[in-house]
Write a protein that binds this ligand. Structure first.
Ligand code: UD1
Ligand code: MG
Length: 456
């Protein structure tokens, strides 16, 4: 027995998207639309969540794998009512909430208020409605003179008079389970689209003498249905606005926020300033008092406080406090950067642990390494980590100084406080405190130029 069953409809073709991808897998703020709806269903503590799949079901199910969801198959897409009927085996007792996979903007707050409204009114069925300046395409809410709910007419079935109605159906409905089951049985498809409409369930329940209500919200964008790519872009805009507004109110400064992109799960500490053109993605966490951007692209990374990342890309990496990255640095996955580290321009780092106080100021490739405290890598150092078959480790112990334009042929180790002369190609380990020079000695041919010029 379930107190609250949430059914998410996601079987439709999404014809108007003109896409090979099922509609509900198109992304808003970096996540498939349906994932936002699933996350919301979890947030309100649904006792079971059922996704109705059909068109592109393998792809939809794969995208939602391992999330404790049930799937119901709607073989043929015969309408939203038919879709709910396809999940009949999951409807037992309690309440049934129906959400649409193509409506990713609904907030938890609005949904909770709606559920509270349904309970307070002791309704048998409730829906969320809103008013659109341009309601084209949506089902219209027809009310009696008294203002009480009468029925929903789909845009395609509506008379010219009904099309003037601005109040529309969001598609979000909450039902008593047994009343829903009964009403689904009576659905007919004698409409312009030849479909079994979920919207007709409300009229059916009302006609059986039970109370039905429309909960009118004044934030229409929250229930917009994404049916084409113009709406997708609009949904993205609203979704980003919601994320960024929440972040700003929590104490983060966004300079020129329209140009900044932030995904839902990103967390940023107070007094951090994010400059224009920055993109923060995935499971990224950023501490307090950081300066991010302009034009920083950070994904799935953990950054402590007082860090500066300027015009750089950071992927699946960690940066400890007081360090600076960029401009124009590229931290690839598994770069673990300590405190007070400087990673300057045109430095690429990959799969390397960098201890506190290290300086890698310019034009350097650091791959598959381990670098001790206070090491200095000069301009143009290259960790030659790849022999064509395998990757090898370069280890540099604390206090070592690597001169400019050095190739470190891995596997190789430079000992504590050792020096490597500029221009060296290091193929053997360098002992602690030593100086390694691995280059041809210079030869100066006196007066060579004079002779050359004369002979020319
Ligand atoms: C629907 C509503 C309309 C409402 C609008 C809000 C109906 C009949 N119409 O219209 O009143 O104003 O949403 O956005 O309910 N789906 C299935 N199986 C089907 C058909 C659809 O799973 O057989 C799914 C779709 O994948 C989609 C959702 O149901 O996620 C809504 O379907 P869609 O075709 O977009 O309905 P609308 O025409 O937008
Ligand atoms: Mg729709």
């Amino acid at each position: 027995m379930h107190r609250l069953t949430t059914i998410i409809l996601a079987a439709g073709y999404g014809k108007r998207m003109n896409s090979k991808l099922p509609k509900v897998l198109h992304k808003v703020s970096g996540l498939p639309m349906i994932q936002h709806v699933v996350d919301l269903s979890k947030a309100i503590k649904s006792d079971q969540i059922v996704c109705v799949v059909g068109h592109g079901r393998e792809l939809v199910e794969a995208s939602l794998a391992d999330q404790s969801l049930a799937f119901a198959l709607q073989e043929q897409q015969l309408g939203t009512g038919h879709a709910v009927l396809s999940a009949e085996q999951f409807i037992d007792s309690g309440d049934v909430l129906v959400l649409f996979g193509d409506a990713p903007l609904l907030s938890e707050e609005t949904l909770r208020n709606f559920i509270a409204y349904h309970k307070a009114k002791k309704n048998t069925a409730s829906l969320i409605s809103t008013e659109f300046d341009d309601p084209t395409g949506y089902g219209r809410i027809v009310r009696l003179d008294s203002g009480a709910f009468s029925k929903i007419v789909e845009h395609k079935d509506a008379t010219n008079q009904e099309r003037l109605i601005k109040e529309v159906n969001s598609g979000i409905g909450l039902f008593d389970a047994s009343a829903l089951k009964e009403a689904l049985k009576t659905l007919r498809n004698d409409n312009t689209q030849g479909e079994y409409y979920l919207t007709d369930v409300f009229e059916g329940i009302k006609n059986s003498g039970c109370s039905v209500g429309a909960y009118l919200i004044d934030t229409p964008y929250e229930v917009m249905g994404v049916n084409d790519r113009v709406a997708l872009a609009e949904a993205e805009k609203y979704h980003q606005e919601m994320i960024k507004k929440r972040m700003m109110l929590s104490g983060v400064t966004l300079v020129n926020p329209e140009s900044i992109y932030i995904e839902k799960e990103v967390v940023v500490g107070i007094d951090t300033v994010i400059y224009q053109g920055s993109r923060l993605m995935g499971q990224t966490q950023i501490g307090e008092d950081c300066t991010i951007g302009p034009y920083a692209e950070i994904s799935d990374s953990k950054i402590q406080s007082q860090v500066r990342v300027n015009h750089s890309t950071v992927q699946s990496s960690e940066i400890d406090s007081f360090s600076t990255v960029g401009p124009y640095a590229y931290l690839r996955p598994k770069s673990i950067v300590g405190k007070h580290v400087k990673i300057g321009d045109f430095v690429e780092v990959k799969n390397t642990i960098i201890a506190d106080g290290v300086k890698i100021s310019h034009l350097t490739y650091v791959g598959d390494g381990k670098i001790g405290e206070n090491v200095n890598l000069g301009c143009g150092v290259v960790f030659v980590n790849y022999d064509g078959t395998k990757k090898h480790l370069t280890e540099i112990e604390s206090g070592a100084f690597i001169g400019c334009n050095t190739n470190l042929i891995a596997p190789v180790k430079v000992g504590k406080n050792a020096y490597v002369a500029a221009g060296s190609t290091i193929t053997e380990d360098v002992p602690e405190n030593a100086l390694a020079i691995a280059r041809e000695r210079q030869v100066n041919k006196t007066e060579w130029s004079n002779k050359y010029q004369k002979n020319k």
